[in-house]
Design a protein around this ligand. Structure first.
Ligand code: MRU
Length: 342
């Protein structure tokens, strides 16, 4: 089953909000349908959002009827860009699509944009496979790995970043256990990571977020690997809320903490993580669990969807170009230069 699929001028998306209980594929035929799926986390995870938005721009081009094509595309680009603010992959993919539509007319644009969206999707799978090979090489034998949120097939074009490394490590016989933080408030770890790994036969144990310190202290975690939504030029990395806490715990317990992401997750226009916009989501996500209120309905809450882990707490960043350690700023720049040379 593909979680993102373009067929007969429609975008089919697996509704990740309903997993693992129900497997529902939604049919999306308007840009608003696509925006809604991204906004409500029916599709989520930085690379998956970017691929979805790329197909959204194909829908935009196909829906053009009359008027000025470029303004029509600009307006739809703006709508898709306004869905979620933190994951930079969304803006990266929209910029890639813009290079195509801004140089095309209304008649030729749909086919050119579809080819580009398919390329972005296939490219993400290639990048994830490459970074997974680099990451798996770092795993010790019998590794017990903690991960936070879901950076798996569902969050990407179909292979995964953190879970890609884990999958590859499993194939190499190196993974003894994966501990999945449940990842409140929306439980991406419990609902998606546990589900994905069990489907693949990877040994996984679910823990609540507040158990990580105890697990590390008990010597049950050898390393932590998470994905990222935006990485600044100095290596500071935004990821799902709670990631920073896990990194602090890992530093205290001397457990290596790794971030992994393709280069499409880096934002070299921002020098540090303090420039990353953190999405604030609806308070009811914190007040409730699975649609049931677990707190007074009017209690004030904060609900930042992401936090930023300072690069000092990161042992290494793993990308499709290799492993960056030590001077992150230099290492990141060198990887971009290498990637540009091909
Ligand atoms: O709010 P989400 O579910 O989109 O957050 C997802 C994450 O934080 C992932 O860890 C990140 O996007 C990396 S996915 C390869």
């Amino acid at each position: 089953m593909k979680h993102i699929e373009w067929k007969d001028h429609k975008l089919y998306l697996l509704d990740q909000r309903l997993l693992p209980g129900r497997t529902v594929i939604t049919e999306n035929v308007t840009v608003e349908d696509v925006c809604d799926k991204i906004r409500t986390l029916a599709v989520r995870g930085a690379p998956a959002i970017s691929i979805t938005a790329a197909y959204g721009m194909v829908i935009a081009a196909e829906s053009f009827r009359a008027g000025d094509f470029q303004s029509h595309m600009e307006e739809n680009h703006r709508r898709l860009a306004a869905t979620r603010p933190t994951a930079v992959n969304l803006f990266w993919a929209l910029a890639e699509m813009k290079k195509v539509w801004s140089a095309a007319d209304a008649a030729e644009a749909p086919a050119l944009l579809l080819a580009k969206a398919r390329e972005i999707e296939a490219d993400d799978v290639r990048r994830c496979r490459r970074l997974s090979a680099h990451g798996a090489a770092l795993l010790p034998a019998g590794a017990r790995i903690l991960t936070h949120c879901n950076a798996g097939a569902l969050a990407t074009g179909g292979y995964g970043t953190a879970l890609g490394i884990i999958r590859r490590g499993c194939e190499e016989g190196k993974v003894a256990m994966v501990y999945a933080d449940e990842t409140r408030p929306l439980l991406q770890g419990a609902r998606l990571t546990a589900y994905e790994l069990m489907e693949d036969g990877v040994p996984v144990t679910l823990i609540t977020d507040n158990m990580a310190a105890h697990m590390m202290k008990s010597g049950k975690i050898d390393l932590v690997i998470t994905g990222a939504d935006r990485i600044a030029a100095n290596g500071d990395a935004a990821n799902k809320i709670g990631t920073y806490g896990v990194a602090v715990l890992a530093a205290y317990h001397r457990v290596p903490f790794y971030i992994t992401a393709p280069l499409s997750t880096f934002d070299l226009t921002i020098p540090t993580g303090s420039d990353i916009i953190i999405e604030e989501r609806d308070g009811d996500e914190v007040r409730s669990l699975g649609g049931v209120f677990t707190a007074p309905k009017d209690v004030p809450v904060e609900n930042p969807a992401f936090d930023v882990t300072p690069h000092e707490l990161i042992k290494a960043i793993i990308t499709e170009e290799g492993v960056i350690e030590g001077d992150f700023e230099r290492g990141i720049r060198a990887q971009f230069e290498a990637a540009a040379k091909g």
